[in-house]
Design a protein around this ligand. Sequence first.
Ligand code: BG6
Length: 462
Amino acid sequence: MKLFPEHFLWGGAIAANQVEGAWREGGKGLSTSDVLPEGLFGRLDERGSDNEYLKDVAIDFYHRYPQDIALFAEMGFTCLRLSIAWSRIFPRGDEAAPNEAGLAYYDAIFAELAKHRIQPVVTLSHYEMPWALVKEYGGWGNRQVITFFLHYARTVFQRYRHQVRLWLTFNEINMSLHAPLTGVGIPMESSPGEIYQAIHHQLVASSLTVKTCHEMIPGARIGNMLLGGLQYPLSSKPADVMAAMEANRHWLFFGDVQVRGEYPGYMQRYFRDNAIELHITDEDRDALRHGVDFVSFSYYMSGCASAEPEKYLQQRGNILNMIPNPHLSASEWGWQIDPQGLRILLNLLWDRYQKPLFIVENGLGARDQLTAEGQVNDDYRISYLNDHLQQVREALDDGVDIMGYTSWGPIDLVSASKGELSKRYGFIYVDRHDDGTGTLQRYRKKSFGWYQSVIASRGAVL
Ligand code: BG6
Protein backbone atom coordinates (compact mmCIF):
# COMPACT_ATOMS: atom_id res chain seq x y z
CA MET A 1 0.00 0.00 0.00
CA LYS A 2 1.38 3.39 -1.01
CA LEU A 3 1.51 6.11 1.62
CA PHE A 4 0.74 9.77 0.89
CA PRO A 5 3.93 11.77 0.36
CA GLU A 6 5.62 13.14 3.46
CA HIS A 7 5.30 16.75 2.31
CA PHE A 8 1.57 16.33 1.49
CA LEU A 9 -0.46 19.06 3.20
CA TRP A 10 -3.38 17.82 5.31
CA GLY A 11 -6.05 20.05 6.76
CA GLY A 12 -9.41 21.68 6.38
CA ALA A 13 -10.90 24.74 4.69
CA ILE A 14 -13.09 27.50 6.06
CA ALA A 15 -14.25 30.92 4.83
CA ALA A 16 -14.42 34.09 6.92
CA ASN A 17 -18.08 34.85 6.27
CA GLN A 18 -19.17 31.30 7.14
CA VAL A 19 -17.36 31.02 10.48
CA GLU A 20 -16.33 34.36 11.95
CA GLY A 21 -19.59 36.13 12.74
CA ALA A 22 -18.75 39.49 14.41
CA TRP A 23 -20.04 41.13 11.29
CA ARG A 24 -19.85 44.63 12.78
CA GLU A 25 -16.91 44.22 15.15
CA GLY A 26 -13.40 45.56 14.78
CA GLY A 27 -14.46 48.23 12.31
CA LYS A 28 -15.59 45.72 9.70
CA GLY A 29 -17.65 47.08 6.81
CA LEU A 30 -20.76 45.54 5.30
CA SER A 31 -19.98 42.83 2.73
CA THR A 32 -21.97 41.12 0.00
CA SER A 33 -22.25 38.13 2.30
CA ASP A 34 -23.83 40.28 5.03
CA VAL A 35 -26.56 41.45 2.66
CA LEU A 36 -27.26 37.89 1.45
CA PRO A 37 -27.93 36.37 4.88
CA GLU A 38 -29.91 33.46 3.47
CA GLY A 39 -27.23 32.31 1.07
CA LEU A 40 -25.99 32.91 -2.45
CA PHE A 41 -29.43 32.65 -4.00
CA GLY A 42 -31.39 34.15 -1.13
CA ARG A 43 -33.03 37.53 -0.84
CA LEU A 44 -31.17 40.78 -0.41
CA ASP A 45 -31.33 42.59 2.93
CA GLU A 46 -29.25 45.74 3.07
CA ARG A 47 -29.49 45.59 6.86
CA GLY A 48 -31.47 48.73 7.46
CA SER A 49 -33.57 46.80 10.00
CA ASP A 50 -32.74 44.98 13.23
CA ASN A 51 -33.10 41.55 11.66
CA GLU A 52 -30.59 39.04 12.95
CA TYR A 53 -29.25 36.20 10.90
CA LEU A 54 -27.21 33.05 11.53
CA LYS A 55 -24.17 34.41 9.75
CA ASP A 56 -24.02 37.44 12.06
CA VAL A 57 -22.64 35.15 14.75
CA ALA A 58 -21.95 32.12 12.55
CA ILE A 59 -19.91 29.79 14.79
CA ASP A 60 -18.21 32.72 16.52
CA PHE A 61 -14.79 31.77 15.22
CA TYR A 62 -13.91 35.45 15.55
CA HIS A 63 -13.72 35.00 19.33
CA ARG A 64 -13.20 31.26 19.65
CA TYR A 65 -10.38 30.72 17.16
CA PRO A 66 -7.74 29.65 19.74
CA GLN A 67 -9.90 26.74 20.86
CA ASP A 68 -10.82 25.78 17.29
CA ILE A 69 -7.27 25.93 16.01
CA ALA A 70 -6.16 23.78 18.95
CA LEU A 71 -8.73 21.18 17.88
CA PHE A 72 -7.41 21.30 14.30
CA ALA A 73 -3.92 20.80 15.67
CA GLU A 74 -5.14 17.84 17.71
CA MET A 75 -6.29 16.24 14.46
CA GLY A 76 -2.79 16.72 13.08
CA PHE A 77 -3.52 19.45 10.54
CA THR A 78 -0.42 20.70 8.77
CA CYS A 79 -2.37 23.42 6.97
CA LEU A 80 -5.59 25.40 7.30
CA ARG A 81 -7.24 27.07 4.35
CA LEU A 82 -9.02 30.24 5.46
CA SER A 83 -10.03 33.53 3.90
CA ILE A 84 -9.47 37.14 4.84
CA ALA A 85 -12.64 39.23 4.83
CA TRP A 86 -11.75 42.12 2.51
CA SER A 87 -14.24 44.34 4.38
CA ARG A 88 -12.33 43.86 7.66
CA ILE A 89 -9.24 45.35 6.02
CA PHE A 90 -10.98 47.94 3.85
CA PRO A 91 -14.51 48.41 5.23
CA ARG A 92 -15.72 50.24 2.12
CA GLY A 93 -13.11 48.93 -0.28
CA ASP A 94 -12.01 52.29 -1.65
CA GLU A 95 -10.05 53.71 1.34
CA ALA A 96 -6.39 54.63 1.06
CA ALA A 97 -5.51 53.41 4.56
CA PRO A 98 -6.44 49.97 5.90
CA ASN A 99 -8.34 49.29 9.09
CA GLU A 100 -5.69 48.39 11.67
CA ALA A 101 -8.09 46.38 13.84
CA GLY A 102 -8.86 44.10 10.88
CA LEU A 103 -5.18 43.56 10.12
CA ALA A 104 -4.45 42.87 13.78
CA TYR A 105 -7.17 40.24 13.92
CA TYR A 106 -5.51 38.15 11.20
CA ASP A 107 -2.09 38.74 12.81
CA ALA A 108 -3.48 36.97 15.83
CA ILE A 109 -4.92 34.11 13.78
CA PHE A 110 -1.65 33.53 11.92
CA ALA A 111 0.29 33.65 15.21
CA GLU A 112 -2.04 31.04 16.67
CA LEU A 113 -1.58 28.81 13.63
CA ALA A 114 2.20 29.21 13.81
CA LYS A 115 2.09 28.15 17.46
CA HIS A 116 0.63 24.85 16.30
CA ARG A 117 2.85 24.60 13.19
CA ILE A 118 -0.18 24.82 10.92
CA GLN A 119 0.55 26.48 7.63
CA PRO A 120 -2.09 28.98 6.46
CA VAL A 121 -3.43 28.76 2.90
CA VAL A 122 -5.14 32.09 2.42
CA THR A 123 -7.94 32.91 0.00
CA LEU A 124 -8.03 36.63 -0.72
CA SER A 125 -11.66 36.64 -1.72
CA HIS A 126 -14.07 33.93 -0.67
CA TYR A 127 -17.62 34.78 -1.73
CA GLU A 128 -17.62 38.35 -0.44
CA MET A 129 -16.54 41.89 -1.21
CA PRO A 130 -17.23 45.25 0.45
CA TRP A 131 -20.83 46.22 -0.21
CA ALA A 132 -19.91 49.87 -0.89
CA LEU A 133 -17.99 48.73 -3.97
CA VAL A 134 -21.18 47.14 -5.25
CA LYS A 135 -23.51 49.99 -4.38
CA GLU A 136 -21.33 52.90 -5.39
CA TYR A 137 -19.11 51.48 -8.09
CA GLY A 138 -21.11 48.65 -9.68
CA GLY A 139 -18.90 45.83 -8.41
CA TRP A 140 -16.49 44.12 -10.81
CA GLY A 141 -18.47 45.57 -13.70
CA ASN A 142 -16.34 48.64 -13.04
CA ARG A 143 -12.67 48.25 -13.88
CA GLN A 144 -11.72 50.60 -11.03
CA VAL A 145 -12.40 47.68 -8.72
CA ILE A 146 -9.23 46.02 -10.11
CA THR A 147 -7.23 48.87 -8.55
CA PHE A 148 -9.06 48.58 -5.23
CA PHE A 149 -8.50 44.84 -5.12
CA LEU A 150 -4.79 45.19 -5.90
CA HIS A 151 -4.47 47.73 -3.13
CA TYR A 152 -6.08 45.25 -0.74
CA ALA A 153 -3.85 42.41 -1.99
CA ARG A 154 -0.68 44.50 -1.64
CA THR A 155 -1.71 45.50 1.87
CA VAL A 156 -2.14 41.94 3.08
CA PHE A 157 0.92 40.65 1.20
CA GLN A 158 3.00 43.32 2.93
CA ARG A 159 1.54 42.66 6.36
CA TYR A 160 1.57 38.85 6.28
CA ARG A 161 4.54 38.16 4.00
CA HIS A 162 6.42 36.33 6.75
CA GLN A 163 3.41 34.32 7.92
CA VAL A 164 1.72 33.24 4.70
CA ARG A 165 3.47 31.47 1.84
CA LEU A 166 0.46 29.93 0.09
CA TRP A 167 -2.21 32.17 -1.40
CA LEU A 168 -5.33 31.77 -3.53
CA THR A 169 -6.98 34.58 -5.46
CA PHE A 170 -10.77 34.14 -5.94
CA ASN A 171 -12.75 31.27 -4.48
CA GLU A 172 -14.63 29.24 -7.14
CA ILE A 173 -14.10 31.99 -9.67
CA ASN A 174 -16.38 30.24 -12.17
CA MET A 175 -19.31 30.51 -9.77
CA SER A 176 -19.96 34.08 -10.96
CA LEU A 177 -21.75 32.62 -13.95
CA HIS A 178 -24.42 31.33 -11.58
CA ALA A 179 -24.33 33.78 -8.66
CA PRO A 180 -23.07 37.08 -10.13
CA LEU A 181 -23.92 39.17 -7.07
CA THR A 182 -21.68 37.13 -4.82
CA GLY A 183 -19.05 36.41 -7.44
CA VAL A 184 -18.60 39.77 -9.16
CA GLY A 185 -20.91 42.13 -7.29
CA ILE A 186 -23.39 42.73 -10.08
CA PRO A 187 -27.18 42.08 -10.07
CA MET A 188 -28.37 38.49 -10.29
CA GLU A 189 -30.37 39.35 -13.43
CA SER A 190 -27.32 40.72 -15.33
CA SER A 191 -26.94 39.68 -18.97
CA PRO A 192 -24.22 37.18 -20.01
CA GLY A 193 -22.30 40.06 -21.62
CA GLU A 194 -22.31 42.03 -18.37
CA ILE A 195 -21.32 38.99 -16.38
CA TYR A 196 -18.41 38.10 -18.66
CA GLN A 197 -17.17 41.71 -18.69
CA ALA A 198 -17.10 41.72 -14.88
CA ILE A 199 -15.42 38.31 -14.92
CA HIS A 200 -12.85 39.68 -17.33
CA HIS A 201 -11.97 42.44 -14.85
CA GLN A 202 -11.67 39.85 -12.11
CA LEU A 203 -9.42 37.65 -14.24
CA VAL A 204 -7.17 40.65 -14.91
CA ALA A 205 -7.09 41.38 -11.17
CA SER A 206 -6.27 37.74 -10.45
CA SER A 207 -3.30 37.75 -12.84
CA LEU A 208 -1.97 41.06 -11.55
CA THR A 209 -2.29 39.70 -8.04
CA VAL A 210 -0.14 36.72 -9.05
CA LYS A 211 2.47 39.13 -10.43
CA THR A 212 2.33 41.28 -7.29
CA CYS A 213 2.65 38.28 -5.00
CA HIS A 214 5.74 37.09 -6.85
CA GLU A 215 7.28 40.56 -6.64
CA MET A 216 6.48 41.14 -2.99
CA ILE A 217 6.97 37.69 -1.45
CA PRO A 218 9.80 35.77 -3.08
CA GLY A 219 9.27 32.06 -2.58
CA ALA A 220 5.52 32.34 -1.99
CA ARG A 221 3.18 30.39 -4.25
CA ILE A 222 -0.18 31.56 -5.45
CA GLY A 223 -2.95 29.58 -7.09
CA ASN A 224 -6.39 30.02 -8.55
CA MET A 225 -9.48 28.25 -7.25
CA LEU A 226 -12.04 26.51 -9.45
CA LEU A 227 -15.35 24.92 -8.65
CA GLY A 228 -14.60 21.50 -10.14
CA GLY A 229 -17.89 20.94 -11.92
CA LEU A 230 -17.03 17.66 -13.65
CA GLN A 231 -19.66 16.54 -16.16
CA TYR A 232 -19.99 13.25 -18.01
CA PRO A 233 -21.94 12.69 -21.21
CA LEU A 234 -25.35 11.31 -20.27
CA SER A 235 -24.96 8.74 -23.08
CA SER A 236 -22.34 7.72 -25.64
CA LYS A 237 -24.20 9.68 -28.35
CA PRO A 238 -21.61 12.00 -29.95
CA ALA A 239 -23.97 14.93 -29.40
CA ASP A 240 -23.99 14.20 -25.66
CA VAL A 241 -20.20 13.87 -25.64
CA MET A 242 -20.01 17.28 -27.33
CA ALA A 243 -22.46 18.71 -24.77
CA ALA A 244 -20.27 17.41 -21.93
CA MET A 245 -17.16 18.89 -23.53
CA GLU A 246 -18.88 22.24 -23.77
CA ALA A 247 -20.24 22.04 -20.24
CA ASN A 248 -16.75 21.33 -18.89
CA ARG A 249 -15.25 24.14 -20.94
CA HIS A 250 -17.75 26.46 -19.34
CA TRP A 251 -15.74 26.25 -16.11
CA LEU A 252 -12.35 25.10 -17.39
CA PHE A 253 -12.22 28.37 -19.33
CA PHE A 254 -11.31 30.14 -16.08
CA GLY A 255 -8.42 27.78 -15.45
CA ASP A 256 -7.33 28.07 -19.07
CA VAL A 257 -7.01 31.84 -18.74
CA GLN A 258 -5.44 31.72 -15.28
CA VAL A 259 -2.87 29.09 -16.21
CA ARG A 260 -2.19 29.74 -19.90
CA GLY A 261 -2.59 33.50 -19.80
CA GLU A 262 -5.02 34.07 -22.64
CA TYR A 263 -8.59 33.48 -23.76
CA PRO A 264 -8.92 30.11 -25.50
CA GLY A 265 -10.26 29.93 -29.08
CA TYR A 266 -13.43 28.09 -28.03
CA MET A 267 -14.32 30.99 -25.75
CA GLN A 268 -13.82 33.53 -28.47
CA ARG A 269 -16.22 31.51 -30.58
CA TYR A 270 -18.69 31.39 -27.72
CA PHE A 271 -18.56 35.18 -27.44
CA ARG A 272 -19.05 35.55 -31.22
CA ASP A 273 -21.95 33.08 -31.33
CA ASN A 274 -23.66 34.86 -28.45
CA ALA A 275 -22.99 38.39 -29.67
CA ILE A 276 -20.93 39.16 -26.55
CA GLU A 277 -18.38 41.90 -27.11
CA LEU A 278 -15.92 42.35 -24.30
CA HIS A 279 -13.87 45.43 -23.75
CA ILE A 280 -10.34 44.04 -23.51
CA THR A 281 -7.39 46.41 -23.73
CA ASP A 282 -3.82 45.61 -24.77
CA GLU A 283 -2.78 46.19 -21.15
CA ASP A 284 -5.35 43.61 -20.08
CA ARG A 285 -3.89 41.08 -22.49
CA ASP A 286 -0.44 41.69 -21.07
CA ALA A 287 -1.72 41.48 -17.54
CA LEU A 288 -3.38 38.11 -18.16
CA ARG A 289 -0.06 36.50 -19.02
CA HIS A 290 0.94 36.02 -15.38
CA GLY A 291 -0.04 32.41 -14.81
CA VAL A 292 -0.68 30.84 -11.41
CA ASP A 293 1.83 28.55 -9.68
CA PHE A 294 -0.70 25.87 -8.89
CA VAL A 295 -4.34 25.03 -9.50
CA SER A 296 -6.69 24.51 -6.59
CA PHE A 297 -10.27 23.37 -6.76
CA SER A 298 -13.33 22.16 -4.88
CA TYR A 299 -14.94 18.83 -5.61
CA TYR A 300 -18.16 17.56 -4.09
CA MET A 301 -20.03 15.83 -6.90
CA SER A 302 -20.24 15.23 -10.61
CA GLY A 303 -23.13 15.48 -13.04
CA CYS A 304 -24.15 14.74 -16.59
CA ALA A 305 -24.66 16.78 -19.72
CA SER A 306 -26.98 16.06 -22.62
CA ALA A 307 -27.64 17.60 -26.01
CA GLU A 308 -31.30 17.70 -24.95
CA PRO A 309 -31.12 18.89 -21.34
CA GLU A 310 -34.76 19.97 -21.21
CA LYS A 311 -35.79 16.29 -21.38
CA TYR A 312 -34.24 15.53 -18.03
CA LEU A 313 -35.05 16.56 -14.56
CA GLN A 314 -32.77 19.41 -13.52
CA GLN A 315 -31.49 19.70 -10.00
CA ARG A 316 -29.69 22.51 -8.31
CA GLY A 317 -26.37 21.14 -7.27
CA ASN A 318 -23.39 22.99 -5.88
CA ILE A 319 -24.40 26.17 -7.71
CA LEU A 320 -24.29 24.33 -11.02
CA ASN A 321 -27.35 22.86 -12.60
CA MET A 322 -26.45 19.36 -13.67
CA ILE A 323 -28.44 16.35 -14.87
CA PRO A 324 -28.31 13.53 -12.30
CA ASN A 325 -26.22 10.50 -13.17
CA PRO A 326 -28.44 7.37 -13.06
CA HIS A 327 -25.50 5.35 -11.70
CA LEU A 328 -24.88 7.44 -8.60
CA SER A 329 -26.63 8.11 -5.33
CA ALA A 330 -26.91 11.54 -3.78
CA SER A 331 -26.62 13.35 -0.46
CA GLU A 332 -29.74 14.68 1.25
CA TRP A 333 -29.17 17.93 -0.64
CA GLY A 334 -29.15 16.14 -3.99
CA TRP A 335 -25.39 16.33 -4.50
CA GLN A 336 -24.34 13.17 -6.30
CA ILE A 337 -21.59 11.22 -4.64
CA ASP A 338 -18.82 10.18 -7.02
CA PRO A 339 -15.43 9.37 -5.45
CA GLN A 340 -13.98 8.09 -8.72
CA GLY A 341 -14.87 11.42 -10.29
CA LEU A 342 -12.19 12.98 -8.10
CA ARG A 343 -9.50 10.76 -9.64
CA ILE A 344 -10.85 11.55 -13.10
CA LEU A 345 -10.85 15.26 -12.35
CA LEU A 346 -7.32 15.22 -10.90
CA ASN A 347 -6.04 13.45 -14.01
CA LEU A 348 -7.96 15.77 -16.32
CA LEU A 349 -6.55 18.91 -14.66
CA TRP A 350 -3.04 17.50 -14.53
CA ASP A 351 -3.13 16.47 -18.20
CA ARG A 352 -4.46 19.89 -19.16
CA TYR A 353 -2.26 22.16 -17.04
CA GLN A 354 0.79 20.22 -15.81
CA LYS A 355 0.66 22.37 -12.69
CA PRO A 356 0.59 21.10 -9.10
CA LEU A 357 -2.96 20.59 -7.90
CA PHE A 358 -4.46 21.28 -4.50
CA ILE A 359 -7.83 19.84 -3.45
CA VAL A 360 -9.01 22.69 -1.23
CA GLU A 361 -12.62 21.60 -0.67
CA ASN A 362 -14.32 18.23 -0.50
CA GLY A 363 -16.82 16.86 1.98
CA LEU A 364 -20.31 15.68 2.79
CA GLY A 365 -23.02 17.99 4.03
CA ALA A 366 -25.32 15.97 6.30
CA ARG A 367 -27.73 16.30 9.22
CA ASP A 368 -25.89 15.09 12.33
CA GLN A 369 -27.41 13.99 15.61
CA LEU A 370 -25.70 14.84 18.86
CA THR A 371 -26.43 12.05 21.35
CA ALA A 372 -27.15 12.62 25.02
CA GLU A 373 -23.55 11.51 25.68
CA GLY A 374 -22.27 14.29 23.42
CA GLN A 375 -21.33 12.01 20.54
CA VAL A 376 -21.97 12.16 16.81
CA ASN A 377 -21.68 8.87 14.98
CA ASP A 378 -21.05 10.16 11.49
CA ASP A 379 -20.03 6.94 9.75
CA TYR A 380 -21.58 8.26 6.52
CA ARG A 381 -19.07 11.14 6.54
CA ILE A 382 -16.16 8.81 7.24
CA SER A 383 -17.26 6.62 4.37
CA TYR A 384 -17.60 9.58 1.95
CA LEU A 385 -14.18 11.00 2.83
CA ASN A 386 -12.50 7.61 2.94
CA ASP A 387 -13.71 6.76 -0.57
CA HIS A 388 -12.59 10.13 -1.95
CA LEU A 389 -9.17 9.97 -0.31
CA GLN A 390 -8.62 6.49 -1.73
CA GLN A 391 -9.12 8.03 -5.16
CA VAL A 392 -6.66 10.80 -4.35
CA ARG A 393 -4.13 8.10 -3.56
CA GLU A 394 -4.89 6.45 -6.90
CA ALA A 395 -4.32 9.75 -8.68
CA LEU A 396 -0.98 10.19 -6.91
CA ASP A 397 -0.09 6.75 -8.19
CA ASP A 398 -1.17 7.86 -11.69
CA GLY A 399 1.62 10.44 -11.43
CA VAL A 400 -0.53 13.48 -10.67
CA ASP A 401 1.31 16.15 -8.66
CA ILE A 402 -0.97 16.90 -5.67
CA MET A 403 0.11 19.37 -3.00
CA GLY A 404 -2.51 18.61 -0.40
CA TYR A 405 -6.08 18.08 0.69
CA THR A 406 -8.26 20.31 2.84
CA SER A 407 -11.71 18.95 3.60
CA TRP A 408 -14.48 21.53 3.54
CA GLY A 409 -15.71 22.76 6.91
CA PRO A 410 -13.59 20.72 9.36
CA ILE A 411 -15.76 22.41 11.96
CA ASP A 412 -19.51 22.88 11.31
CA LEU A 413 -20.20 26.24 9.69
CA VAL A 414 -22.94 28.17 7.93
CA SER A 415 -23.75 26.83 4.47
CA ALA A 416 -22.95 29.10 1.54
CA SER A 417 -25.83 28.16 -0.73
CA LYS A 418 -28.61 28.21 1.88
CA GLY A 419 -27.27 30.09 4.89
CA GLU A 420 -28.25 27.19 7.17
CA LEU A 421 -26.45 25.30 9.92
CA SER A 422 -28.29 22.02 9.62
CA LYS A 423 -26.08 21.09 6.68
CA ARG A 424 -22.96 20.08 8.54
CA TYR A 425 -19.56 19.11 7.18
CA GLY A 426 -17.39 19.11 10.28
CA PHE A 427 -15.26 16.69 12.24
CA ILE A 428 -16.20 19.05 15.06
CA TYR A 429 -19.86 19.54 15.94
CA VAL A 430 -20.96 23.04 16.87
CA ASP A 431 -24.04 23.31 19.05
CA ARG A 432 -25.92 25.91 17.05
CA HIS A 433 -29.08 25.49 15.04
CA ASP A 434 -30.98 27.09 12.19
CA ASP A 435 -33.22 28.97 14.61
CA GLY A 436 -30.16 30.53 16.26
CA THR A 437 -30.41 28.49 19.46
CA GLY A 438 -27.51 26.53 20.93
CA THR A 439 -24.56 26.97 23.23
CA LEU A 440 -21.89 27.16 20.51
CA GLN A 441 -20.07 24.43 22.38
CA ARG A 442 -17.75 22.22 20.32
CA TYR A 443 -17.83 18.38 20.32
CA ARG A 444 -15.52 15.91 18.58
CA LYS A 445 -17.47 13.72 16.18
CA LYS A 446 -16.49 10.12 15.40
CA SER A 447 -14.89 11.38 12.17
CA PHE A 448 -12.51 13.53 14.27
CA GLY A 449 -10.55 10.49 15.45
CA TRP A 450 -10.78 8.91 12.03
CA TYR A 451 -9.26 11.93 10.23
CA GLN A 452 -6.60 12.13 12.92
CA SER A 453 -5.60 8.54 12.17
CA VAL A 454 -5.62 9.16 8.41
CA ILE A 455 -3.19 12.05 8.81
CA ALA A 456 -1.00 10.29 11.35
CA SER A 457 -0.70 7.18 9.17
CA ARG A 458 -0.27 9.16 5.92
CA GLY A 459 -3.33 7.43 4.59
CA ALA A 460 -2.45 3.86 5.61
CA VAL A 461 -5.81 3.42 7.38
CA LEU A 462 -7.85 4.28 4.29
C1 BG6 B 1 -18.25 25.76 -2.11
C2 BG6 B 1 -17.86 27.01 -1.40
O1 BG6 B 1 -19.14 26.12 -3.09
O2 BG6 B 1 -18.97 24.79 -1.44
C3 BG6 B 1 -18.06 27.01 0.10
O3 BG6 B 1 -16.56 27.44 -1.72
C4 BG6 B 1 -19.33 26.25 0.42
O4 BG6 B 1 -18.07 28.34 0.56
C5 BG6 B 1 -19.15 24.82 -0.05
O5 BG6 B 1 -19.72 26.30 1.74
C6 BG6 B 1 -20.31 23.91 0.29
O6 BG6 B 1 -21.51 24.50 -0.12
P1 BG6 B 1 -22.73 24.67 0.88
O7 BG6 B 1 -23.75 25.39 0.11
O8 BG6 B 1 -23.13 23.29 1.25
O9 BG6 B 1 -22.22 25.44 2.01
